[in-house]
Write a protein of this length. Structure first.
Length: 747
């Protein structure tokens, strides 16, 4: 067959190949550890532009069919890791272990991004989330329909108060039009067992629904303990006339035993196999008394056990109503209830004179209700849209200590503490609305978006127990503009440009400004300003039969950047110190190249270069901390992903690799973790019409194929200004090589 390569495609390919060669040389990895990873259902992919064709912003999409190199049950976040500008960290192979899992876009960490599921806001999806929940709890992985990433700025209608950077919109699958059932079973390394089941009703005069559930359990890949989750998703849709109704119900019960946090120094001293003491209670007791063994020399080298518990119930109802004459009305409502506890067996607070350990908990609860709406009017070459989002959220937070007589299995919510250190309640009222005009000119070859949003978020904090702050903070901005343009310059080639301003609300919860003492909060409250960002981006896209390519350049200024500076080890829970470091300036480039030279063969590549730096020093008391010109923590300058997949006649094979560059873990850049490669592989074979089965799929996956040791997560206990000796316990090891087998039957 004839293959035509276009100028933009050649330029992007050359850039990617050069970057790959440099990354390989820098890490001394053989060049054959190349390509790449997932597989796809090509007919489905043909209907979705993975590089965002036609968009005025940098937008890219991932479908679950591309996840062959990932084991079944992988978090939707991990599927995004191959995209340019996207950096995902985890200490487990699925990205479901929430203490370790985090994502950043263009140097903006998770707390400064926006996340939604079917339009329902998920908050910042952090471990101590104050206004949402993680996508791994909100949606069973098999029920993901699509994930859309806007690396620079999300759509004006995104229901988020934190998206200074980009947004990620997850979409659940709709019910199937035909009656059927699905049952999948996964087994694998470390006694992994996962079961997924789904029943579809089929279409009945416009009504269709499914019920689905998943149960997963695995031993930790080092140390003692299990990580377990039970989930339910149900969805119903009803289509009538020009309208569509959808109901989503989701529940999750998650129980995970933690891995020990390393410092750089403790890893060198104790090795890669080190973990918490459980089930060796006596060794934990001895360590709490200062009697160390086996190379241990610090209370924080390990604890007896850590655990996270999260219970969530979520329901969302949405409707899209055709009103005629080019008018559409979209309405949505949702309710979310959450209870969570984080457990640590702490040696810093004895239970009694004879037991030098107690259980220290951080306890969370969330109850929120929200409504969204938009009216869209198509008139001539204009698409006018106006919409709103309102939410009322109540978040409770407390730090408690529970006495123990000896080792207990703490896999339940603890009640009646021996001591409450602090307790706070946060009431947050959010109002956001927007207006936008999407215009089309030159026979559709030029698209222009012009609009703005208005934001008003008020948080009232009430201190119930302890010395933390009470007070009120408001983040309000009436005019946050966004504009963009897309110009098609030839058949398949286009230019795009966008500019956006965004603002983040003040964060309640365990690490926000209200975590200071009352005196400390009163001293800073009038000087606190909401964080704001201004983003310019532009680029080119090329889309043809065998080649897709894109190149984006961007510049972002981030004002009033609040740094949270850890003052002690995480288990001690000292109040966090906040510093306004002024501005952060980020510039970067993102390239994507997808080549389909033969039927069923697909090669995906992406390259990211990020230059994110603080632009000011800050004062710690009277000491000036020299952060001006230093790189932003946990922001690799280079990311490179490559993946090769083959899908033909029921057989699918995928091989993928991701390079992550060096990351700093202190604000003055005197401590860092090195860059690393991770290679994943997967294969599957699907048999159709086998007896009572409509399809039977057999899958095998290997993660971290080369079995590399590397630091997957940084910042698990926050960042400090300086740590040249590597003593801050804030890094986690990435998972070693693991293997999984899945049998997936459809009836």
């Amino acid at each position: 067959m004839n293959v035509t390569l276009h100028p933009l495609s050649l330029a992007v390919a050359a850039l990617l190949f050069g970057a790959a060669a440099n990354a390989v040389a820098a890490t001394r990895v053989d060049a054959n550890a190349d390509a790449a990873a997932e597989a796809e259902a090509s007919q489905t992919l043909d209907t979705v532009s993975v590089i965002g064709q036609g968009e005025t912003r940098q937008v890219q999409r991932v479908l679950p069919e591309e996840a062959i190199a990932r084991p079944t049950g992988t978090s939707p976040l991990k599927l995004l890791d191959k995209l340019p500008g996207v950096h995902v960290e985890a200490a487990d192979p699925w990205g479901n272990y929430e203490w370790s899992t985090r994502i950043s876009l263009r140097g903006f960490n998770q707390n400064r991004l926006g996340f939604t599921l079917d339009g329902i806001p998920l908050g910042d999806m952090s471990y101590g989330n104050t206004n949402g929940l993680h996508i791994s709890r909100a949606l069973i992985a098999e029920n993901l329909g699509m994930a859309e990433v806007a690396q620079g700025s999300g759509a004006l209608g995104t229901a988020s108060t934190g998206n200074l950077g980009g947004t990620i919109a997850f979409t659940s699958t709709d019910p199937l039009p035909q009656y059927g059932a699905r049952l999948a079973q996964t087994v694998g390394s470390d006694a992994t067992r996962r079961t997924y089941a789904r029943l579809d009703t089929g279409d009945h005069a416009g009504f269709a629904a499914y019920l689905s559930g998943a149960y997963s359990t695995t031993d930790k890949w080092k140390g003692w303990g299990e990580q377990e989750q039970t989930q339910f998703n149900g969805k119903a849709v009803y289509d009538f006339a020009d309208s569509h109704l959808a109901l989503l119900v989701s529940t999750s019960r998650r129980n995970e035993v933690d891995y020990a946090d390393y410092s750089l120094e403790s890893q060198r001293r104790l090795g890669w196999d080190w973990d918490n003491y459980a089930p060796d209670w006596q060794r934990a007791v001895d360590a709490a008394r200062g009697i160390y063994s086996g190379g241990v020399n610090s209370l924080d080298d390990a604890y007896y056990l850590g655990r996270g518990l999260r219970d969530d119930d979520l329901v969302g109802l949405s409707g899209d109503f055709g009103l005629g004459e080019g008018l559409n009305l979209r309405l949505g409502s949702y309710y979310h209830n959450n209870e969570g506890q984080g457990h640590w067996f702490t040696p810093y607070a004895p239970s009694s004179a004879t037991v030098p350990i107690s259980i220290r908990t951080t306890e969370y609860d969330i109850e929120r209700t929200g409504y969204t709406g938009a009216l869209v009017w198509q008139i001539e070459n204009h698409t006018l849209e106006g919409g709103f989002w309102v939410e009322t959220s109540v978040h409770g937070l407390q730090r408690n200590f529970y006495g123990v007589d000896g080792p207990i299995v703490d896999d339940y919510f603890l009640r009646n503490p021996a001591l409450r250190q602090f307790r706070q309640r946060f009431d947050t009222d959010t109002t956001q609305w927007y207006l936008q005009d999407r215009m089309s000119f030159l026979d559709g070859n030029l698209k222009v978006d012009v609009g703005f949003k208005s934001q008003d978020v008020q948080t009232d904090a009430i201190n119930l127990i302890g010395s933390r702050a009470s007070g009120s903070l408001t983040a309000k901005k009436n005019f946050l503009p966004q504009l963009g343009a897309n110009l098609r310059i030839s058949d398949g080639e286009e230019l795009f440009f966008s500019y956006a301003e965004n603002q983040a609300a003040f964060q309640p919860g365990v690490a926000g400004p209200f975590s200071a003492s009352q005196a400390g909060f009163d001293a800073i409250r009038h000087g606190l300003k909401p964080e704001r960002s201004r983003t310019f981006e532009g680029g080119l896209r090329s889309t043809h039969e065998t080649v897709d390519a894109s190149l984006a350049l961007y510049s972002t200024t981030f004002d009033n950047r609040l740094l949270a500076i850890a003052q002690c080890s995480g288990i001690q829970g000292c109040p966090t110190v906040f510093a306004n470091v002024g501005s952060v300036r980020t510039r970067g480039a993102e390239a994507t190249f997808v080549w389909r030279p033969l039927e069923g063969l697909r090669w995906f590549n992406s390259l990211t270069w990020t230059d994110a730096q603080y632009e000011d020093d800050y004062l710690d008391g009277t000491t000036r901390i020299p952060t001006d010109g230093k790189d932003v923590v946990d922001t690799p300058r280079q990311l490179f992903a490559t993946e090769l997949s083959y899908d033909l006649d029921g057989f699918n094979f995928s091989l993928g690799a991701k390079y992550t560059g060096k990351r700093y873990i202190t604000y003055v850049n005197d401590s860092s973790v090195p860059g690393f490669w991770v290679i994943d592989a997967g294969a599957s074979y699907t048999i159709g019409d086998l007896g009572p089965l409509s399809a039977l799929k057999l899958s095998a996956n290997i993660t971290n194929l080369a079995d590399r040791n590397y630091f997957g997560t940084v910042g698990s206990n926050g960042f400090v200004a300086s740590d040249p000796a590597g003593l801050n316990y804030t890094v986690l090891q990435g998972a070693p090589r693991q293997m999984f087998l899945t049998v997936d039957a459809k009836f």
